[in-house]
Design a protein around this ligand. Structure first.
Ligand SMILES: Cc1cc2nc3c(=O)[nH]c(=O)nc-3n(C[C@H](O)[C@H](O)[C@H](O)COP(=O)(O)O)c2cc1C
Length: 208
């Protein structure tokens, strides 16, 4: 009896996630609102994105579309494993041992005044490749704009940690989106963002 109830609950949950994600997929459409944000200088959108769904990359591309900055991807020298559980283990080991993740050379335009910093949330903050980037580029005197995607646990310490890594930068209010999580991706109903392009525009209009 108990097993039957559990099976029914699981089926209902899977159904809800599936239908919900299909609806959300249809939300990821073209923008419908106007961009009024005027950036006070040149921008670069620096981001790292690891999962196959590329949650953070999508938000980075939406930002780039509306601020017309340069898109700069942070790529680890050694990629993380494909399997989620292996990436979790590797990232957790890096975190505990505080081993920096080597990244491929990254250049941001010298004359850019605004730097967007995007990362998936890993263990409550930005992922190690972004830590490596920020350590080498503390962005003194720049305006830094954080954005992140997470799997349901929220942004954690992300914005405070960006501020701590860039003590001489002006850090603006960030954008936090829920990306698809591992369960959704396994069920093949993963969507890159539970937010829309309009949400990004609303945020940009609010901070600039
Ligand atoms: C190593 C690792 C750690 C993660 N830690 C968290 C976390 O602490 N909180 C959370 O909500 N999601 C966590 N996630 C889920 C990712 O933040 C989420 O799937 C994100 O949208 C992935 O972005 P991407 O597609 O740009 O890689 C973690 C994922 C990985 C691989």
């Amino acid at each position: 009896m108990k097993i039957a109830i559990i099976v029914i609950i699981v089926i209902v949950l899977v159904g809800i996630i599936t239908v919900g994600c299909r609806l959300l997929n249809s939300r990821n459409t073209e923008a419908t609102i106007a961009v009024t944000a005027k950036l006070p200088g040149k921008a670069a959108i620096v981001y790292f994105s690891q999962s196959k769904v590329q949650n953070t990359a999508l938000v980075a591309k939406w930002i780039q579309k509306h601020v017309d900055g340069e898109l700069v991807e942070v790529i680890p020298v050694n990629p993380y494993p494909d399997a989620y559980s292996d990436t979790l283990k590797e990232a957790n080991r890096e975190r505990k041992e505080e081993t920096p993740r080597e990244i491929q050379p990254v250049t941001i335009p010298e004359d850019c005044e605004i730097v967007f910093i995007g990362s998936p949330i890993w263990y409550g903050t930005y992922a190690p490749p972004i830590a490596t980037f920020l350590k080498a580029n503390p962005l003194a005197g720049k305006t830094v704009v954080p954005f992140c995607t997470h799997g349901g646990g929220g942004a954690g310490r992300f914005e405070q940690d960006v501020q701590a890594a860039c003590p001489e930068a002006k850090v603006l209010k960030g954008f936090v989106a829920r990306g698809s999580n591992q369960i959704e991706r396994r069920l093949d109903v993963g969507v890159p963002s539970h937010h829309t392009e309009d949400d990004v525009i609303t945020w940009l209009n609010g901070i600039f």
